[in-house]
Ligand binder design. Structure first.
Ligand code: ADP
Ligand code: MG
Length: 469
C-alpha cells in the first residue's frame, strides 16, 4: 500500500469524521480508541443516520461500541425514560455490554444504564426501574417478565438492539424476543448483531427490521494469526516447570491458562503467585462477587495471568490477550479451537501454547484432524530465560460504594482527575458493581491515588478504599 493510500484509509476510519457529540469523541480519545474497527466503520454511519442495521463480525471486533455510540448519541438525558434496550444472551455478557456503555458515556453526565438479568433477585430491579433508566441491558427472559409485570415500559424506546442474536437463538430465546418485539414501538431503530450468520438470523431480521443495511466483516481468523506450539512432557509433574519456562520465554503481557479441572486452576494460580506472578483463578466454585472481582482485575490489566476452566471462562471478553496456554489439552478439538481463538484478535498475532503428556497423543491427533493441519512441536530446552516482565501495568483500587449508593464512573474519574489532579491517562477502566467500585490506576500512581481516595471524598462522602493484591 502506498503512503498516500494508508493515510487515506486511516482518515476514513477516524471517529472524528462521525457527527458524534464532543463528550463522546473526547472520551473515545481518553479510552485510546483511535480508529474505528472495520465493523464500526461499516455500521456506525448507518446507525447514526437512524437506519436498521444487521451486522455480522467475529467476537472481539468491537460490535458493542457500534451500537452503544448510536444509543448514546441519540439519548435525551433530560427525559428519564427507557430509550434504548439491549438484549444479550447471558448475564455475563449483559454486564460487559452495560459496562462498555457506561464507559463510553462517562463524560455525559447522568446517563443511567440498568441491567435486568435472570438469576438475579427481581425485587431490587423493580426499585431500580421505578427510579428510572435511559438504557436497559438485559436477558430476554427477565426483560419479558418485567414487561409482563408492567414494571418496564418501552413506550419511549428509540433503539432496540439484539446483541449476539445467534447465541440468543441457540439458547431458545426466539419466542421471548418475539414477545418483546410486540411491545416495542413500531417507530424504532432495530440493530441486530451476530458473530455468525445462520439462516434463522436472516429470518429474525426479516421479522424485526425494516429495510436493514446488511454489513459483514469477513472472519480474518485464520491459522497464521495464531502461532500455535505443542510441547510434550514426560509426565504431569513436568507441567508446572514447563509453564514457567513458557512464561519466561514468551513473556505475554496477559495470558489465560486453561485447565480441565477446577481444583487444578486454584493450584496452578497459587503456585504462580508463589513464584511472584500476578495470577488469579477463575472457576465455578467462586462466589459471584469473587468471580466479578477476578474478571474485573484481569480485564483492567491489573492481573496478568488468569487460570480458568472452560465453563468459567465462557463469555469472558478480554482485549489484547497475548497468549493462551493449555495447561491441560482438552479431549474436545472444538473446545481447543474455541480456547485458542481468544488470542490473536484485532489483527495482532496471538500465541497458543499447549502442554501434553505422552499418553495424550490421541488428543493432539483430534486437534490436527479438526484443524486440518499438522501440530507444530516446540522444544522446551531451546527456550530462553528472559528476565521477568509480566508485572501488570495497573493496580485495582476497590472502593466501598457502588451502584446502590449511586456512585458513577464519572464521580471517580472526576475525583481523581479534576480534584486530585491525576492525569487521565493513568486512570484505566472503572467498573461499578452493586456495592463496590473498581478503578484501575497505573502502578506509578497507585499509592498516591490510594491515599488520596482514603482521605478524600467521593460524591461528598468519605469512602473506604482497598488495594486488591
Ligand atoms: P464484540 O462484541 O464484537 O465481540 P466488543 O465490542 O466486546 O467486541 O469489543 C472488543 C474489545 O475491543 C473491547 O475491549 C473494546 O473495548 C475494544 N474496542 C472496541 N472498539 C475499539 C476501537 N475502535 N479501538 C480500540 N479498542 C476498541
Ligand atoms: Mg459483543
Amino acid at each position: 500500500m502506498s503512503e498516500q493510500n494508508s493515510a487515506a484509509t486511516a482518515a476514513s476510519s477516524a471517529f472524528a469524521q462521525l457527527s458524534l457529540q464532543p463528550a463522546l469523541l473526547d472520551n473515545l480519545q481518553s479510552l485510546e480508541y483511535r480508529e474505528m474497527t472495520p465493523i464500526q466503520a461499516q455500521s456506525l454511519p448507518a446507525v447514526l443516520a437512524g437506519k436498521d442495521v444487521l451486522a455480522q463480525a467475529k467476537t472481539g471486533s468491537g460490535k458493542t461500541a457500534a451500537f452503544a455510540l448510536g444509543l448514546l448519541q441519540k439519548l435525551d438525558v433530560k427525559s428519564l425514560a427507557v430509550q434504548g434496550l439491549v438484549l444479550c444472551p447471558t448475564r455475563e455478557l449483559a454486564d460487559q455490554v452495560a459496562g462498555e456503555i457506561r464507559r463510553l458515556a462517562r463524560l455525559i453526565p447522568n446517563v443511567k444504564v440498568l441491567t435486568l438479568c435472570g438469576g438475579m433477585p427481581i425485587n431490587p430491579q423493580f426499585g431500580s426501574l421505578e427510579q428510572g433508566a435511559h438504557i436497559v441491558v438485559g436477558t430476554p427472559g427477565r426483560v419479558q417478565k418485567h414487561l409482563d409485570k408492567e414494571s418496564l415500559s418501552l413506550d419511549s424506546l428509540k433503539i432496540w438492539v439484539l446483541d449476539e442474536a445467534d447465541r440468543m437463538l441457540d439458547m431458545g430465546f426466539a419466542d421471548a424476543m418475539r414477545d418483546i418485539a410486540k411491545v416495542c414501538p413500531r417507530q424504532r431503530q432495530t440493530l441486530l448483531f451476530s458473530a455468525t450468520y445462520p439462516q434463522d438470523i436472516q429470518q429474525l431480521s426479516a421479522e424485526f427490521q425494516r429495510d436493514p443495511l446488511s454489513v459483514r466483516v469477513e472472519s480474518t481468523h485464520s491459522a497464521h494469526q495464531i502461532e500455535q506450539r505443542f510441547f510434550e512432557l514426560p509426565n504431569q509433574e513436568a507441567k508446572f516447570p514447563a509453564l514457567i519456562k513458557l512464561l519466561q520465554h514468551y513473556q505475554p503481557r496477559s495470558a489465560v491458562i486453561f485447565c480441565n479441572m477446577k481444583q487444578q486452576t486454584q493450584l496452578v494460580a497459587d503456585q504462580l503467585k508463589a513464584k511472584g506472578y500476578s495470577a488469579l483463578a477463575l472457576h465455578g466454585d467462586l462466589e459471584q462477587r469473587e468471580r466479578d472481582q477476578v474478571v474485573v482485575r484481569f480485564a483492567n490489566q491489573s492481573c496478568s495471568v488468569l487460570v480458568a476452566t472452560d465453563v468459567a471462562a465462557r463469555g469472558l471478553d478480554i482485549k489484547e490477550l497475548q497468549a493462551v496456554v493449555n495447561y491441560d489439552i482438552t479431549p474436545d478439538p472444538e473446545v481447543h479451537v474455541h480456547r485458542i481463538g481468544r488470542t490473536g484478535r484485532a489483527g495482532q498475532t496471538g500465541l497458543a501454547l499447549t502442554l501434553t503428556t505422552a499418553t495424550q497423543g490421541s488428543r493432539v491427533v483430534a486437534v490436527e484432524d479438526y484443524q486440518q493441519s499438522r501440530a507444530v512441536w516446540g522444544d522446551l530446552d531451546a527456550l530462553k530465560k528472559n528476565p521477568d516482565n509480566m508485572k501488570p501495568d495497573m493496580v485495582t483500587l476497590c472502593i466501598d460504594g457502588g451502584r446502590k449508593s449511586k456512585v458513577r464512573p464519572g464521580d471517580i474519574l472526576g475525583a481523581l482527575t479534576k480534584e486530585a489532579g491525576f492525569n487521565g491517562q493513568h486512570i484505566g477502566k472503572i467498573n461499578i458493581a452493586e456495592l463496590h467500585a473498581y478503578v484501575a490506576v497505573h502502578h506509578s500512581i497507585a499509592n498516591k491515588a490510594y491515599s488520596y481516595l482514603q482521605d478524600g471524598k467521593i460524591k461528598g462522602r468519605k469512602v473506604k478504599v482497598r488495594k486488591l493484591v
